[in-house]
Ligand binder design. Structure first.
Ligand code: KIV
Length: 265
């Protein structure tokens, strides 16, 4: 594969009906692995807080955390397009602050930023996009709104909620986003939004009708057990092998079997 993927490739993939593969990555090592495996987009998600930093939710992830990990992931990948999340309170308080923080993520190595919210974030998305910073929207179950939603709940089940989410999706597109994540909503609603939008939709817990899919890497690799949402499919069970290797190492150190002649100078 030649060169890095761009937003033009994703528009073409939607019009050609080719699915977009997106996965989170928070460091250079895993970014390189998913890049080599052919992921189209990598997301330095603020899920970083939960799966890497051991926090209970995404709310206390900082810009400093995101800048550091965006730089690391950027250095690990060659071809995949890199999106970085604007963390909680880095874009809600004022539009100038949102634009500056979006710029910091691009300077750290991302090619686009993602932020949560629909109609209420229209002006913010427009302002960032007008500075030539590609924006990915994120609507439906938006983890930064966990307390407003009363927990991590599927959104858009009632007719009124579904209509609001369709309006959110249209607002994100009208504001100039190049793509939008649809999280935690009924498959039928996500398919309808996907048909109505000209920009690609990336689903997570939103069924198979979206233009692409995203999963948190620790979920798909079987490395995260704190909770397992229904939509997560574990494509590997790596926790066991990692633990076995760690046990074997500890045993070898304790018995004196490591280091042996072959691993000494
Ligand atoms: O932070 C994240 O990992 C995300 C994805 C779950 C879409 O926003």
């Amino acid at each position: 594969m030649a060169g890095k993927l761009t937003i033009l490739d994703f528009a073409k993939m939607k019009s050609d009906g080719r699915k977009i593969v997106m996965v989170t990555a928070y460091d250079a090592a895993f970014a390189a692995i998913f890049d080599e495996a052919g992921a189209d987009m990598l997301l330095v998600g603020d899920s970083l807080g939960m799966v890497v930093l051991g926090l209970p939710d995404t709310l206390s992830v900082t810009m400093e955390d995101m800048v550091r990990h965006t730089g690391a992931a950027a250095r690990g990948r060659k071809h995949a397009f890199l999106v970085a999340d604007l963390p909680f309170m880095s874009y809600q308080a004022s539009i100038p602050e949102a634009v500056r923080n979006a710029g910091r993520l691009l300077q750290a190595g991302a090619e686009a930023v993602k932020l949560e919210g629909g109609r209420t974030m229209e002006a913010t998305i427009r302002a960032i996009a007008s500075c030539d910073i590609p924006v990915m929207g994120h609507i439906g179950l938006t983890p930064q709104s966990v307390h407003r939603m009363g927990g991590y709940r599927v959104q858009g089940r009632s007719e009124a909620q579904a209509a609001r989410l369709i309006d959110d999706a249209l607002a994100v597109q009208e504001a100039g986003a190049f793509a939008v994540v649809l999280e935690g909503m009924p498959s039928g609603l996500a398919s309808e939004i996907t048909e109505r939008l000209s920009i690609p939709t990336i689903g997570i817990g939103a069924g198979g009708g979206c233009d692409g899919q995203v999963l948190v890497m620790h979920d798909l690799l079987g490395l995260f057990d704190a909770f397992r949402p229904k939509f997560v499919k574990r494509f590997g069970e790596l926790k066991g092998p990692v633990k076995e290797a760690a046990l074997a190492y500890a045993d070898a150190v304790r018995t004196g079997a490591f280091p042996d002649e072959d691993h000494s100078f």
